[in-house]
Design a protein around this ligand. Structure first.
Ligand SMILES: Cc1cc2nc3c(=O)[nH]c(=O)nc-3n(C[C@H](O)[C@H](O)[C@H](O)COP(=O)(O)O)c2cc1C
Length: 178
């Protein structure tokens, strides 16, 4: 295979992967940190739990995002799982506003480790960073959970097929767990 064919294959794979991921529903979060007394926040969906012993989660952060440098320094983060009604915050924290202007939207408080959190989010998980792994354009940050603030209502804001989607009870189809 020559270099041109190689490149075509890689572009095809990227396009197919992007299409595949459009079918993968994820919860929308806002990751926050406090870097040298300054609040930072960014919308992210590449977040998942890793394990319970110790309680850990991971976040994939683009190295060009301002959050990357902030996390590199603070080594602390709060992951806010957005509520179905918080779609506006998803846009604001992924848009052109600077850090402090972003925090003018939403009701923010200071929680564990001095980190900004959204009491009206579904849940906020506070972590201390323990590991960092570079993969292509992103770094995977693994955080150990220090504290969590949980709201009673389960009503996530999802991201699916390039758009946000509120999911509230009654669920579209009831799924029973054994
Ligand atoms: C729904 C959604 C999910 C996103 N998920 C991530 C993510 O998981 N990791 C990431 O690095 N950027 C993600 N982004 C992009 C960042 O939110 C966006 O680039 C942001 O503007 C970066 O912050 P900055 O402008 O302060 O550098 C996502 C954007 C949207 C709209």
């Amino acid at each position: 295979m020559n270099a041109q064919q190689d490149q075509r294959l890689s572009q095809d794979t990227q396009a197919a992967f992007r299409d595949a991921m459009r079918r993968f529903a994820s919860s929308v979060t806002i990751i926050t940190t406090c870097d040298d007394g300054r609040r930072r926040g960014m919308t992210a969906t590449a977040v998942t739990s890793v394990c319970m012993q110790p309680p850990s989660l991971l976040m994939c952060i683009n190295r060009y995002a301002s959050m990357h440098q902030a996390l590199d320094r603070s080594r602390l983060a709060c992951v806010n799982f957005l509520h179905a009604h918080q779609a506006e915050l998803c846009s604001i924290f992924s848009g052109p506003l600077d850090a402090e202007q972003r925090f003018m939207h939403g009701t923010w408080q200071t929680g564990a480790l001095g980190l900004p959190f959204l009491p009206e989010a579904q849940a906020s998980v506070f972590v201390r960073l323990k590991a960092q792994l570079p993969i292509g354009t992103h770094d995977i940050f693994v955080g150990e959970v220090i504290d969590a603030h949980v709201n009673h209502q389960v009503a996530p804001l999802l991201y699916l097929d390039g758009t946000t989607l509120p999911l509230e009870r009654p669920w579209p189809t009831a799924v029973r767990r054994r």
